[in-house]
Write a protein that binds this ligand. Structure first.
Ligand code: NAD
Length: 266
């Protein structure tokens, strides 16, 4: 009888109510993990959890936490420990494309040019995309260390960590930060047998790219930057995250994989 690649593992997934995070939650559940989704909005989380329970029969819980607030992330990790006794895998997928982006409600993507941007908007993007990932890593790792867990942390960066996009300086900087956070934190976690890796997706079919998908110029921009000529699917990102989360990648840490349709070929 084949055993799932994450059988017996507990996975915490921020941004798990939508897009890439939700696809990771579903894919990890299919591989036997018990899942805790964290995001904003109880109805959105319950709906994602119900969808996953419906197709996998696995245990899926949710805990609301805004990744910007340290006490909410502490509470998230503590409640996972109370319920399951261990945290094995983390996917830090919560993120925004710009200060005014609200997932599923507002497809307006980027913040606009830096010269016109308020400090408040800049801080908002950095707070969610970079500090939120740091807090998620820090508080998950604390429990992994205390428990002696051989954990795996997967951060969702972006191909924009290495491609300069006009109108998205805040986003590019935040994602480059996630990539370096991943590399540096991986060094610190070596002695604890906790692996820390990242994924830098290209353009993926989620609510975050809906504005570009709905616009002819946006479609052309995405196609022209992507040698494969199509958007990636959330499932393709989840499969990459699964590889990094499970033991098949046991010799990989401090790496960022870029599933981006060949964006970096030349
Ligand atoms: P999405 O909008 O579908 O999902 C993002 C989720 O993050 C949403 O459910 C949202 O509610 C949640 N979130 C936002 N702010 C939060 C906060 N403060 N606290 C907790 N949760 C919060 O978009 P997605 O495309 O699935 O994005 C997931 C990750 O992938 C993001 O980090 C994004 O930057 C990254 N990414 C996406 C693409 C793409 O093309 N879609 C490309 C590269 C990287």
């Amino acid at each position: 009888m084949p055993v799932g690649r994450l059988e017996g593992k507990v996975a915490v997934i921020t941004g798990g109510a939508s897009g890439i995070g939700k696809a990771c939650a579903l894919r990890f559940a299919e591989e036997g993990a018990e899942i805790v989704i964290s995001d904003l909005g109880s109805e959105r989380m319950e709906s994602a959890a119900a969808e996953i329970r419906g197709s996998t029969n696995g245990q899926v819980k949710w805990v609301e936490a805004n990744v910007c607030f340290e006490e909410q992330i502490e509470n998230l990790m503590r409640s996972v420990m109370d319920d399951f006794g261990h945290i094995d895998c983390v996917v830090a997928a919560a993120g925004v494309s710009g200060a005014n982006y609200v997932s599923g409600e507002n497809a307006e993507g980027l913040s606009g040019n830096l010269v016109d941007q308020s400090l408040e908007d800049w801080n908002q993007v950095l707070q969610i995309n970079l500090t939120g990932v740091m807090l998620t890593n820090k508080h998950a790792a604390r429990h992994m260390i205390a428990k002696g867990t051989t954990g795996s942390i997967v951060n969702i960066a972006s191909s924009a960590a290495r491609v300069a996009l006009a109108g998205a300086v805040d986003y590019c900087v935040s994602k480059a930060g996630v990539s370096m956070l991943t590399h540096a934190f991986a060094m610190e976690m070596l002695e604890n047998n906790i692996r820390v890796n990242a994924i830098g997706p290209g353009f993926i079919e989620t609510p975050m790219t809906q504005g570009l998908q709905d616009d002819a110029e946006g479609q052309e921009l995405m196609r022209s930057m992507t040698p494969m000529g199509r958007l990636g699917s959330p499932l393709e990102m989840a499969n990459t995250a699964l590889y990094l989360a499970c033991d098949e990648s046991s010799y990989t840490t401090g790496a960022t994989l870029y599933p981006n349709g060949g964006m970096y070929i030349s």
